[in-house]
Structure formats: structure tokens, C-alpha cells
Design a protein around this ligand. Structure first.
Ligand SMILES: Cc1ncc(COP(=O)(O)O)c(C=O)c1O
Length: 399
């Protein structure tokens, strides 16, 4: 049967404590036990349905985690305070000193900085590769490799990972495949294609209102139990736990994700086609000119489209800045990092979200100075938006 992530979310029925249509928010950091023995069992991880302390887990966080696990089709999930608060413990739980990671070289700058500058302090080293070339990925695997890390659609170059191919490699070499699915929630279901762990920054499309941070690790019950272990669980001990009020509000926003993703995709595809026709160097996975158009089509849950992210290259950082400032002035969106907001957001990744990557490496991976990354908003009249953007482009001379 076809995997339908939005149906899985819809089918979760939660009642509040007093019959409310939303689950009650657990407004407590600690929980009582009727017997001391249950407290001991819970510390040892043996007592289902009992809560210990909200850094470990809370009822509200479990509701959200369950919904995200349903969306990805994994056994369970653990939510975190931020996307990085999910990515870093997932990696540290799987890797010990002396271990090795093979990672896509085009990933979010924070994840790149963590793997490039931070984990080497723990003697965990990473080889960065062109993730679109499976033979290059395989050649980078050593006897110490434990993890292959990638983004389903990469930040900011919108490269597409062949998740089935990578999963086969991971299986062959007994590695874990970790996929950050932040750019493509609902569109791509990495666990259904063979990924072992699926990660998200909830800060982006999933929450969708740019009012909070959040993250999630979706995986097997065993892996999530390990992360939550009071003795050596990276999520429990590093402590990036989400607050219950925030998980309650993200859960409510998750309920409309399918509608929002369809509109983001519809608008982004419309603009990408227009921009390309106008002669702008445009990257969008829904354009036949995208090198992984067919691959994306073969992986996607078609009803949600090709996503809300696109890039154009306007030649120089000065032109990029001039255009973005003008578009903000005309109220077409905000010159801001991040993505998944109702309004369009744009930034130049080379000097912002990917600035952790050295200039030389940026050049090697094709991240140019004049690149503008757009997270396209939910605009109702996208033709009007296009006409106004086109006028801005003409005014600053990129068209
Ligand atoms: C693809 C991707 N993964 C992870 C993150 C980190 O998430 P957060 O900012 O919620 O920690 C980001 C943030 O921009 C991102 O774009």
C-alpha cells in the first residue's frame, strides 16, 4: 500500500485531559510516583507510561514525537529543543572516539561546522563527499566508518540524495544512514526508502510560523531508548529538551503541514519556471533542468510537489544584496535566514547560513557568491508576486 504520511498524522486521535480536542499540555518539569519501586524501575527504563523528569520526556513531547514518527513511518521519535539539538546527539550516540563519518559536503552550515570543527575534538572524523555520486560515497568508506550523513534535499544547493542507493551502501557496509529531511517533510519519506534515522529541524516547514525552534530524531524504539538512557543517552545527557508548551504548539501546526507544503510547492514551481524562462540561472528540483529531477520524481510522495525552496544566481554578492533589499522594501518577503514561513524568505547562503564553509570549499561545491536561496511563501496570488519580483530584478539590472 502507498505510504501516505498526511493520513498517518490525521489518523492520530488525541483527547485532552477534560475531553479537549487538543491534548493537555504537561506543565511540569517533574512527576510524582505512587511507589518508590516504580521510580527505580522508571530510572532503569523499565516502566512504560511513567514520566520521570521533563529532560527525559514529557507527555506533550511524546504526543509530538508520536505524530512525527507516524509522518516518517518509524517506530518512534524523540523531539528536541532545536534541529541541532536533534542532529548532534543522534551522531554522538552512534559514533565513538576513532570512528568515521561519510557526509554530504552540501549540508546546512551548522551541521557542517559540527562535523568539520567539533567532532574531531572527540576523534570522530568526517570525509565530505559529493553525495550524488554513489561510487564516491562508497570509496570514502573506511573500516572505521559508522555513519553516512546527508540531507534529502541539501541546503543550500538543493542537491538530491539517492536515499535507496545510499541505504543499500549502508546495509552492505553495516553503517547507519542518517537523513536530515528538513527541506522535504511529507514530500520525501526517507525511512520508507531505507534510511535508519530521519532528522528534522522543526523550526522550518513543520512548525511553519517562525516563532519557535525545534528538532526531532525519528528511528527505532531501541535507538530512541538509547538516546534517552539516563546513563549514556546523548539526548538525555546533552539536554537539548523541548519545552512542553512549544511541543503542544508545534503539534497544532503540524496538523496543517500538508496544506502548506502543497501551496509552498505550487508557488515555488510557478516562480522557478518563470525565472528560468526569464533566463535566470535557476535551481529547483521540479525543473527538468535539475540534474536529479528524475531521481526526485522516483522518490517523492507526488501530491506534495517539489517543495518550497529554490535558488537563483545573480552573479555577485552585491547584486544579490541589492535585489534582496529591494524585494524586502517592496514587501515581497524578508531578508532573513531560515525557511518554511508563510511569507517568502531570502538570503545569500555564502555569507549567511553556509558561511561556516570556507570560501575555497564553497567554490569547489558550486556555492557561488551571487546565489540567493528563496523559501517561497504561501502567497495566494503568485502571479502578482512574480510580476513584482520581475520588476525588482529589472530595476537592479539582473534582468
Ligand atoms: C537542513 C537543516 N538542518 C538543520 C538545521 C538546524 O536546525 P535548528 O536551527 O532548528 O537548530 C537547519 C537550520 O537552518 C537546516 O536548514
Amino acid at each position: 500500500m502507498k505510504f501516505k504520511p498526511a493520513n498517518n498524522i490525521q489518523d492520530l486521535q488525541y483527547f485532552g485531559e477534560f475531553g479537549g480536542v487538543n491534548p493537555s499540555i504537561s506543565d511540569s518539569s517533574t512527576y510524582t510516583f505512587l511507589s518508590a519501586k516504580t521510580m527505580l524501575d522508571t530510572f532503569e527504563g523499565n516502566s512504560d507510561g511513567c514520566y520521570l523528569y521533563s529532560r527525559h520526556t514529557s507527555p506533550s513531547n511524546l504526543y509530538l514525537g508520536e505524530a512525527l514518527a507516524a509522518m516518517e513511518g518509524t517506530e518512534t521519535a524523540n523531539v528536541a529543543a532545536t534541529g541541532m539539538g536533534a542532529i548532534t546527539p543522534a551522531i554522538l550516540q552512534l559514533c565513538n572516539a576513532g570512528d568515521h563519518i561519510v557526509s554530504s559536503r552540501t549540508i546546512y552550515g551548522g551541521t557542517y561546522a559540527f562535523l568539520k570543527n567539533f567532532t574531531p575534538k572527540l576523534n570522530i572524523n568526517t570525509t565530505f563527499v559529493d553525495i550524488t555520486k554513489l561510487e564516491v560515497v562508497e570509496a570514502a568508506i573506511t573500516k572505521n566508518t559508522k555513519v553516512i550523513f546527508c540531507e534529502a534535499m541539501s541546503n543550500p544547493l538543493l542537491e538530491i540524495a539517492d536515499i535507496k542507493g545510499l541505504a543499500a551502501l549502508a546495509k552492505k557496509h553495516n553503517l547507519k544512514l542518517l537523513v536530515d529531511n528538513t527541506f522535504t517533510p511529507l514530500l520525501i519519506s526517507p525511512a520508507q526508502l531505507g534510511a535508519d534515522v530521519v532528522l528534522h529541524s522543526l523550526t522550518k516547514f513543520i512548525n511553519g510560523s517562525s516563532d519557535t525552534m525545534g528538532g526531532v530524531i525519528c528511528g527505532t524504539q531501541d535507538f530512541i531508548n538509547e538516546l534517552r538512557s539516563v546513563n549514556d543517552g546523548a539526548s538525555m545527557l546533552l539536554g537539548a529538551s523541548m519545552d512542553s508548551f512549544r511541543s503542544a504548539s508545534i503539534l497544532k501546526n503540524l496538523r496543517t503541514l500538508h496544506i502548506r507544503m502543497k501551496q509552498h510547492s505550487k508557488n515555488a514551481e510557478f516562480l522557478a519556471k518563470k525565472f528560468q524562462k526569464d533566463g535566470l540561472k535557476t535551481v529547483y528540483p521540479g525543473l527538468t533542468s535539475h540534474p536529479s529531477y528524475e531521481l526526485f520524481k522516483s522518490m517523492m510522495n507526488t501530491e506534495y510537489g517539489f517543495g518550497g525552496m529554490l535558488t537563483i544566481d545573480v552573479g555577485s554578492i552585491d547584486k544579490a544584496n541589492e535585489l534582496m533589499e529591494l524585494m524586502q522594501h517592496k514587501n515581497l518577503g524578508y531578508l532573513a535566514v531560515s525557511l518554511g514561513f508563510y511569507k517568502t524568505l531570502f538570503s545569500a547562503p555564502g555569507t549567511s547560513t553556509s558561511s561556516e564553509i570556507s570560501e575555497e570549499e564553497q567554490k569547489e561545491m558550486g556555492l557561488t557568491d551571487g546565489l540567493i536561496r528563496f523559501s517561497i511563501g504561501l502567497d495566494d496570488d503568485i502571479e502578482r508576486t512574480y510580476q513584482m519580483m520581475n520588476a525588482c530584478m529589472k530595476e537592479v539590472g539582473v534582468l
